[in-house]
Design a protein around this ligand. Sequence first.
Ligand code: UD1
Length: 336
Amino acid sequence: MNVLLTGGLGFIGGHTAISLSRIGHSVYIYDSLINSDKTSIEILNQICDNEIFCQIGDILDTKSLTRFIESNKIDTVIHFAALKSPFESISNPSIYFNNNISGTISLIRAMENNKINSLIFSSSASVYGPPEYNPMDEKHPENPINPYGKSKLLSEKILKDLAKFQDWKIIILRYFNPIGAHKSRIFGEFANEKSNNLLPYLYRVAKGDFEFLSIYGNNFDTGDGTGIRDYIDVMDVADGHIKSLEYMFNNDNYKKDNASIFNLGTGTGVSVLEMIELFEQVTGIEIKYKFEDRRQGDVGICIADPSKAMEYLNWKSKITTEESINNGWNFFKNNC
Ligand code: UD1
């Protein structure tokens, strides 16, 4: 199929491009470069046997998107393009709502202009908000606590209405904490100063950019007091998209309305201190750390129940956290 990836030069989009190309799909990327770099196109083409095509453009530019879909005879779309920092979204809600919600609407209109109606949406565990129980299944209440999470939830609701009232095929994937890098170690997460996730920070400490890692909170209700998360390898996340495409197009059980949302996580949790220990074991590099106050909105434990993805998509995570750390660190060390 000819698959359009909006935001396809980013961390998850780029890895999904690699997986799609490997199994023979033609990949067309539309990306604004707001959180990615032009050099990624060459890197992706170095990894992939079939050429990946890319146009630089803004998701809000419906006309340009319409033309791109038309001229490349796109069959289906995976929508990654979005701003993704929950913390930044608190100080810039309107920018997040504009890019993430208006961006989704712009894409829908461009797809309608071309009479295509199947889409996989890149969502996040942040739509759940503070966990009422762990592990969280897809029936967990949705109560996002920042504009980023709200922008994802509202986009989900718009897409679900297209499936309900129009004849759209929609699959929504809620990622937990993606980490790692492709095994070539030439494509990964190009972390910048805006990135405040744990692994990029840990890598920067290991590389000597910072003297120590700040651990935000040591008094959560967890075994060692530090936050527990469900870290999932990015290639496993990419595979979730492949399995979703297969399910959407090749499985008679696909029911657009009741089986369209899936968690992508491992189902197991790792604390910050455990992650530091694993990193030290894998790399032999000692990480200094300091305990600091909790970040606003951080929760103690956030773990996926991924059993629905197993049942419907035949998907589960395969890559160990050690292997993820190894690939992620080797990518970071050589490229960032
Ligand atoms: C955050 C977002 C989530 C997003 C996810 C992946 C929030 C509330 N959630 O999740 O929406 O999908 O990133 O991009 O922002 N930590 C440290 N020191 C650091 C960085 C992190 O101790 O320098 C701790 C955090 O307190 C947390 C864990 O490491 O316990 C993971 O943090 P992080 O990687 O930022 O991801 P989340 O907060 O889970």
